[in-house]
Ligand binder design. Structure first.
Ligand code: SAH
Length: 331
């Protein structure tokens, strides 16, 4: 049993069944035993690989996008460049290098990282040095300048609640103790749970997920952009209006049972972008696009070719590999 499982069992014994968002929040964010607090998640030796860790081209392309947004905003003398959940800081380091091609834009950027894990802050500080400032929440980042916000695989790490249709009524899924083991059970809804009208026709057993914290953050982003100007770029697994049980645990590049090793496996849930779009009003959103199309439109192919020029065959195939993994739907 993991140390966090003991804590979860004790909380269930004291307070009763635990809603899924509480379970996911503890599994990822418990101050001592949470996955992001205690683990080295990223890279081949970690549990999963994210786009910025695949190739420097990912962060560089985002740097280009930031430069074009900055110009479209009329090249303000100061703007806040904010990354949510920066992991090892690789994306921001690559972004800054690309943005330095436009020195006025880089000078104008006041860079903020929103990160709750002290361990990951340490990594970020090694990658980025003193040119950045940290905050625990987006709301802590000062609001007196236009902003450009980046989030890669951040929203899928935010806790979700799950409602399940059972005998024609909606129950909320909870973690409970059944015969001494952690198990998931549906219980009557006790907190408000927004379920869209068209989901009422869902067949029995169907699951609807909802992340209050993702919605709250999207609301803050939208309000900030509407007031101060700016833009946000969100990359994540998910779709516009998906449904079903998408919570999954991954450890060492393998799916593992959700409740099996809390604190030692990464837990994610797919992002329902329609929720973010709605929460971000009055700021408006572009249509959802694939990462592949987005990067290709920015010219990642050209960047790969220029990076590969004059390099050794090994390095060239590494660059080609990175390009494929970032842009091939199968990669
Ligand atoms: N963007 C990085 C890391 C993705 S993992 C990459 O692509 O490699 C998720 C990141 O979000 C981690 O840095 C994690 O510590 C952070 N995080 C998770 N929940 C958070 C929260 N509620 N507030 C701030 N950061 C959070």
């Amino acid at each position: 049993m993991t140390p966090l499982e003991e804590i979860i069992r004790a909380e269930i014994a004291a307070d009763g069944p635990m809603p899924m968002d509480r379970f996911m929040g503890l599994a990822l964010g418990h101050p001592e035993h949470g996955y992001y607090m205690a683990h080295e998640p990223f890279g081949p030796s970690g549990d999963f690989v994210t786009a910025p860790e695949i190739s420097q081209m990912f962060g560089e392309m985002i740097g280009l996008w930031v430069a074009s947004v900055w110009q479209a905003m009329g090249a303000p003398g100061k703007f806040r460049l904010i990354e949510l959940g920066p992991g090892r800081g690789t994306l921001m380091a690559d972004l800054i290098r690309a943005l330095s091609a436009l020195p006025a834009a880089l000078r104008a950027a006041d860079i903020w990282l929103v990160e709750t894990s002290p361990r990951l802050r340490q990594w970020q500080s090694e990658a980025l040095g003193r040119q950045v400032t940290w905050a625990n929440t987006l709301a802590e980042v000062p609001q007196d300048a236009p902003c450009i916000i980046i989030a890669n695989e951040f929203f899928d790490a935010l806790p979700v609640r799950q409602a399940q249709k059972t005998d024609m009524i909606w129950l909320e899924r909870h973690v409970c103790l059944v015969k001494g083991e952690l198990a998931i059970k549906g219980l009557p809804l006790r907190r408000e749970f927004p379920i869209p009208d068209n989901m009422q026709a869902m067949p029995d057993g169907g699951i609807w997920e909802y992340s209050p914290i993702a919605r709250m953050i999207a609301t803050q982003m939208g309000a900030r952009i509407a007031r101060d100007g700016g833009a946000a770029l969100i990359f994540d697994y998910g779709d516009l209006a998906g449904s079903g049980d998408t919570m999954q645990a991954v450890r060492n590049h393998q799916k593992v049972p959700l409740l099996s090793t809390p604190g030692q496996a990464d837990i994610t849930a797919h992002v329902r972008f329609a929720d973010l779009v709605e929460a971000a009003l009055p700021s408006t959103s572009q249509p959802l696009t694939s990462q592949s199309a987005f990067l290709r439109n920015l010219g990642i192919g050209t960047r790969a070719a220029s990076l590969a020029e004059g390099q050794t065959p090994d390095r060239q195939s590494e660059i080609a590999d990175g390009l494929e993994r970032l842009t091939d739907p199968k990669g």
